[in-house]
Design a protein around this ligand. Structure first.
Ligand code: DC
Length: 223
């Protein structure tokens, strides 16, 4: 099967909309591969900071994005062979990822890497520009969202479950700052495009969102 014939389900949406959990479950149900594209921006920022590179230095950041040694194994995220799964999920790492993601050179540098995840029998990819830039020919495009308040409640719960400190007011502020940057940057801004199905998860569970997407996938992917 040629790479472009491999079905892709693109799930885009703002931070803490539940897209990571939902996308992973959809991938598991269909036996598809899964790409968490946000982790690539998080890893780029972390790898750059470890090399003492300023997060505004676009050419050096692009070089880091192209050359970093990363691997995803058994649910682990490895950078230079070490598990950095928790380190890339802190609020600081989230803000840093959002900063480097605004740089066109970094986005370009990560394009091929992301497209290489398109392997048979199929791919579920989540992020901000999966349906608009990385996989514009995706078989199914979904925009997953929820109110800022609902997302902040989820994010606070997630952080506390991981033993990290989280104050609701701070989480709302950080989430809004990240939304603002991700939605208003000139390159690949997060946006609901008309070719993506809108699913609002404010009032529904992750399981219900998964069911909806699997129903849509049945029609478009034929699974
Ligand atoms: O999905 P996430 O929260 O892990 O993403 C971290 C940051 O990376 C987010 O603030 C925006 C950026 N990002 C992006 O610009 N494009 C993507 N496809 C995925 C993430």
């Amino acid at each position: 099967m040629s790479q472009t014939a491999v079905p892709v389900i693109a799930i885009d949406g703002p931070t803490a909309s539940g897209k990571g959990t939902v996308a992973q479950r959809v991938a598991d149900s269909l036996g598809f591969h899964y790409l968490d594209s946000g982790s690539l921006y998080r890893l780029t920022a972390l790898a750059a900071l470890r090399q003492g590179i300023d997060l505004a230095n676009a050419p050096d950041l692009a070089r880091v994005a192209t050359n970093m040694q990363i691997d995803f194994q058994g649910g682990k995220t490895l950078l230079d062979g070490c598990d950095v799964g928790d380190e890339i999920r802190t609020e600081l790492a989230s803000q840093n990822a959002s900063l480097v993601a605004a740089l066109p050179m970094v986005r370009d540098a990560l394009l091929t890497l992301q497209r290489d995840f398109r392997v048979a029998p199929g791919l579920v990819a989540d992020g901000r520009d999966m349906g608009s830039v990385v996989f514009p020919d995706a078989t199914l495009k979904v925009y997953l969202t929820a109110t800022a308040e609902a997302r902040a409640v989820r994010r606070t719960k997630q952080l506390k479950e991981k033993g990290m400190s989280a104050i609701m007011d701070d989480v709302v502020k950080e989430l809004r700052a990240r939304d603002e940057r991700d939605m208003n940057r000139p390159v690949a801004p997060l946006k609901h495009y008309p070719d993506a199905y809108l699913i609002d998860t404010t009032e529904i569970s992750a399981d219900q969102a998964v069911k909806k997407i699997l129903g849509l996938a049945q029609k478009s992917v034929g699974s």
